[in-house]
Design a protein around this ligand. Sequence first.
Ligand SMILES: [Cu+2]
Length: 72
Amino acid sequence: MMMQTMKLNIDGMTCQGCVRSVKQALQSLKGVDNVAVDLAQGTAVIDYQENTVNQQQCIEAIENAGFDVIPD
Ligand SMILES: [Cu+2]
């Protein structure tokens, strides 16, 4: 299995409830292992299996939860 890590910049998180929403959205994806969301930094660091899930799916999960992902 090929474990990878990606970091996404997220706009719109204002409280720990937002952090939980983002975390849950990402963790519901098959192939996502560990998720660390930082409210102050506005980031999510995602450990994932690259043959099961990709960055676009993670971005869509965050957007469907009501937040914006800022492109690099
Ligand atoms: Cu909130």
